[in-house]
Design a protein around this ligand. Structure first.
Ligand code: ADE
Ligand code: ZN
Length: 326
């Protein structure tokens, strides 16, 4: 078996995946029909043609618009099951999955509808293939601290279904420091926290995520290579970075895959993992990310083994489960 085939079939964890970003156009149209919603695109092809992004915000505008088709527990179940089937086919044995409750509660969808539907999808997938998955409740950073606290209160009855908390959406102008108190409250609940930082934002945002939010992982973090002292610290702490190669190219963080900072990050001994972010919008699931990275960089088998070992080490599974996978 060649290196690519081995990498594709190797057991791995996916740690950076937005469930709303796994909404394929076909499912979006089916849900629009089921929920009798006037969807503002003529066809699946017309929707796919709109996937031409110039930066993070241009993507987020479409991503939030499409999420409007998600209305019922059954919709969230179907979305989750569809993603986990695709992930299992790419060798993912465990996934830690972000969801954006504020995208739904702002439209009048109850927190319980979202979480119960997603959990039902996780249970169905586990029964089907054995894949395990947990949820990361992510706050939208373009909204206020007060709205994040209100969301945390709404989630209180469901916290047994929340493995961790995250921070996503428009990065520039919304530094991690804006959510220092929210994240302190999340950590006080005994849950780990993660945050998007250094995707479009500067290295200073990565420092804030580490020092103020006290994150257990940095989502993206690819701009860390602009700051040698930061790289040295991330390496020394073996702070996991959930890198999403196709996403970074589609959102113009890098012009092309060959310019991605991934090889530099690996050379600096960083704890890198590879993930798909919003696979329906960015050209594919974890398998396609692995293919694109291998085409650009031709990694050896040991590098892929290291990346997948990192994915379990950086996950929130138990130490015993880590020992079994690593
Ligand atoms: N929400 C969904 N995808 C995201 C990304 N790549 N960055 C920030 N927020 C997001
Ligand atoms: Zn993301």
């Amino acid at each position: 078996m060649d290196i690519l085939q081995r990498a594709l079939s190797c057991p791995k964890a996916e740690l950076h995946l937005h469930i709303e970003g796994s909404l394929e156009p076909e499912l979006a149209f089916a849900l629009a029909q089921r929920n009798r919603i006037d969807f503002p695109f003529a066809s699946v092809e017309a929707l796919r043609a709109a996937y031409d992004f110039s930066n993070l915000q241009s993507f987020l505008d479409l991503y939030y618009a499409c999420a409007d088709v998600l209305r019922s527990e059954e919709d969230f179940h179907d979305l989750m099951l569809a993603y986990l089937r695709r992930a299992a086919a790419d060798g993912v044995s465990h996934a830690e999955i972000m969801f954006d409750p504020q995208t739904h509660t702002a439209r009048g969808i109850a927190m319980g509808t979202v979480i119960k539907g997603l959990c039902a999808g996780i249970d169905a997938a586990r029964a089907e293939s054995g894949i395990s998955a947990t949820l990361i409740l992510s706050f939208l950073r373009h909204l206020s601290e007060e709205e994040a606290f209100a969301t945390l209160r709404e989630a209180e009855p469901y916290l047994q279904h929340v493995a961790a908390f995250g921070l996503d959406s428009s990065e520039m102008g919304h530094p991690p420091s804006k959510f220092e108190r929210v994240f302190a409250a999340c950590r006080a609940l005994g849950k780990p926290v993660v945050a998007h930082a250094g995707e479009e934002g500067p290295p200073a945002y990565i420092y804030e995520a580490l020092d103020l939010l006290k994150v257990s992982r940095i989502d993206h973090g690819v701009r860390c290579t602009e700051d040698a002292a930061l790289v040295a610290r991330l390496a020394q702490e073996q702070m996991p970075l959930t890198v999403c190669p196709l996403s970074n190219v589609r959102l113009c963080v890098f012009k092309e895959m060959r310019q991605h900072s991934l090889p530099a990050m690996l050379a600096a001994d960083l704890c890198v993992t590879i993930n798909s972010d919003d696979p329906a919008y960015f050209g594919g699931y974890l398998g396609n990310n692995i293919r694109a990275v291998q085409e650009a960089f031709n990694f050896d088998a040991a590098t892929w083994a290291r990346i997948f070992r990192n994915s379990f080490q950086a996950s929130f599974i138990s130490a015993a489960d880590k020992a079994a996978w690593c």
